[in-house]
Design a protein around this ligand. Structure first.
Ligand code: 13P
Length: 265
């Protein structure tokens, strides 16, 4: 079995998508923090982050800062532009001013519904970095890609293009999310996640250097739940999870964050 220890602190990230308004976000984050505290959760061994809608971020920031919760948070997207006539866009500068640590870029729902190319995803990741945010760069193949090209070809190409826009020594997070596994209840096998995560780490090495490849957290996403998280976290190249549906249920998300208590089973 693979070594469980790594110098990359695992990241369990909850992408709320377009769910929970700002009042609901306060109740949710409070419950999550207390659930983890009750379980004597050690935040130095696993980072737990939430990704609420933009309109919740100020409330989440105030709550986390006020109550000194050890949770981190980020936005679900960021503009590739810094400011100006871009109606509806949100600048990385504004997100940084709200203490966001992360910004997701290139989620398949944005690539699909908003026709974002990998070049755009790279520009957004560069903008995030410019403003001191850590981009969570999402890549993944469709069911058709899987059938015709195998699992890794499309994610590898998407990441190569996105990383071309970035400086070398930089903190990024990469999330491998097979499109067919998102919201379907059918997760990839841990072996597939490991295989693609390893190939994505090689891309990071080629584009951004060996040190960045070694320090970058590569997450798996797609139908992650408390019952399968341990099998992913046993994989040496998988450093966490980007969780959708299961991140909206406090007890379930807390259980996923506490995977170390059931990773051995
Ligand atoms: P599910 O966990 O609901 O499959 O969603 C995954 C996802 O898209 C996270 O970004």
């Amino acid at each position: 079995m693979a070594e469980l220890t790594t110098d990359r602190i695992p990241l369990i990230a909850g992408n709320w998508k377009m769910n929970l308004d700002h009042l609901q976000s306060i109740a949710f984050v409070q419950k999550l923090a207390w659930a983890l505290k009750d379980a004597r959760f050690d935040f130095s061994t696993v980072e737990v982050a939430v990704f609420p809608p933009f309109t919740d971020l100020r409330s989440v920031q105030s709550l986390i800062a006020g109550d000194k919760f050890e949770l981190t948070f980020g936005a679900q997207d960021v503009s590739e532009h810094d400011s100006g006539a871009y109606t509806g866009e949100v600048s990385g500068a504004f997100l940084k001013a709200l203490d966001c640590k992360f910004a997701i870029v290139g989620h398949s729902e944005r690539r699909g519904h908003h026709a974002e190319s990998s070049e755009t995803v790279g520009s957004k990741a560069a903008a995030a970095i410019r403003h001191g945010l850590v981009p969570v760069i999402c890549v993944g193949e469709t069911a058709e890609d899987l059938e015709t090209k195998g699992a890794s070809a499309v994610p590898v190409e998407q990441l190569e293009i996105a990383l071309a826009a970035l400086p070398k020594s930089v903190e990024i997070v990469v999330a491998y999310e097979p499109v067919w596994a998102i919201g379907s209840g059918q997760a990839a096998t841990p072996e597939q996640a490991e295989d693609v995560a390893g190939k994505l780490r090689e891309v990071i090495g080629r584009s951004l250097g060996a040190d960045t490849a070694k320090s970058t957290r590569v997450l798996y996403g797609g139908s992650v739940k408390s019952g399968n998280i341990a099998s992913f976290m046993r994989q040496p190249n998988v450093d966490g999870a980007l969780v959708g549906g299961a991140s909206l249920v406090v007890d379930e998300f807390a259980k996923i964050a506490r995977y170390q208590s059931h990773v051995g089973v």
